[in-house]
Design a binder for this molecule. Sequence first.
Ligand SMILES: NC(=O)c1ccc[n+]([C@@H]2O[C@H](COP(=O)([O-])OP(=O)(O)OC[C@H]3O[C@@H](n4cnc5c(N)ncnc54)[C@H](OP(=O)(O)O)[C@@H]3O)[C@@H](O)[C@H]2O)c1
Length: 406
Amino acid sequence: MSKREYDIIVWGASGFTGRLVAEYLFKNYGVNDSLKWAMAGRNQAKLEKVRAEVADDSVLMVIADSQDMDSLNAMTSRATVICTTVGPYAKYGTKLVEACIKNQTHYCDLAGEVQWMRRMIDKHHAAAKASGTKIVHTCGFDSIPSDMGVYFVQQEAIKRTGKPAKKIEMRVKAMKGGMSGGTYASMSEMKVEAEKDKSIYGILADPYGLNPEGERSGPDRRDLMKVVYDETAKSWIFPFVMAGINTRVVRRSNALAGYPYGKDFQYDEAMLSGDGIGGRMKGLATAGVMGLVMMAKPGSLLKKGVDAVLPEPGEGPNKKERENGFYNLIFNTTLANGSMARGKVTGDRDPGYGSTSKMLAECAISLAVDELPEVAGMLTPAVAMGDALLKRLADNAGLTFSYKEV
Ligand SMILES: NC(=O)c1ccc[n+]([C@@H]2O[C@H](COP(=O)([O-])OP(=O)(O)OC[C@H]3O[C@@H](n4cnc5c(N)ncnc54)[C@H](OP(=O)(O)O)[C@@H]3O)[C@@H](O)[C@H]2O)c1
């Protein structure tokens, strides 16, 4: 790809997460030194206001609207990578993907909307591959810690036993953080689409819903839907709301890379709530509240009630909440020789925004400047960026990756 005016354009920089990405880039990379980047959005005045708060006027601005194809073509032809936080992606993201492929511009986003990603894969994988463009969804808390955590644990397992692990159970041991209005809007949009087209519920329930066509089967079953006791973790476990995205991304990584984890590899995710009656009650209570939020149908009284207490687009956890946030994920691993190992991934900020904005920014930089595997198409973080991203996350983004035999 020829050198462009910008290495990266951050589109959506006026929004809650985009602003954090711009702030991170400015603080850690400057603007015209090793990295050339610009802030983009649809509204010049809003962008100027955010720029004054998180950077200075050495950061240039680009105007592009999701409904204006000319503006998207113009923007994508100026950068090596578009890093987009303009969501809900199902509502605003489709034309940008088309423009990136047309102009051979790499792309990363924070999409967690499985039904939209399925549509993008079906429509664009072949063209993106042919044009040498890397389109990478899920570059935030969903699904980098899961995708890169499994990538890391499998490398360690192969180093020690010569074979990939047969099974990994990711368990959320602890996490602290809040939700933004943009994320809630994306969850709501998914529900609206699924109510209009019920086949979407089938895509969301399919454990291999993001796998390449013809490779949508394997040993994994549907995500956990109830509270059960996990003998390996010695704890009650309950459904993890991100499992429906993360597990699909891990399975797609395995398939796209030619099954380095094996065709019979099993993977699932859940949250730990502790041992004994207290652990069970905590699991039941949390799963119950989550279930209510997820089940609320568009237009229903329940949905209106949930809408009233959750943030509006543009809002989210404040600086203190982001800085006090963290996550700790355990990867209980059954090795090929039958023994057990445990991987761990931690993050030093709240998962959804403080940590996500650093992960997304590092993905954009990696796509722009790192020596990466010669792959193209609709990719996953592990397949697109592999070792280069693992190093960036540990060196710069506050993540830790560790592994031990138990
Ligand atoms: N995967 C993860 O871990 C994770 C974490 C965080 C967020 N997310 C996702 O990231 C997305 C953004 O979340 P957020 O909280 O940052 O949302 P937000 O604050 O609502 O920001 C949305 C951005 O999109 C822009 N936008 C809206 N319509 C547009 C259009 N027609 N053309 C161009 N730009 C437009 C907005 O511009 P204006 O300012 O002009 O309105 C704003 O900059 C959501 O889809 C969310 O689900 C995912």
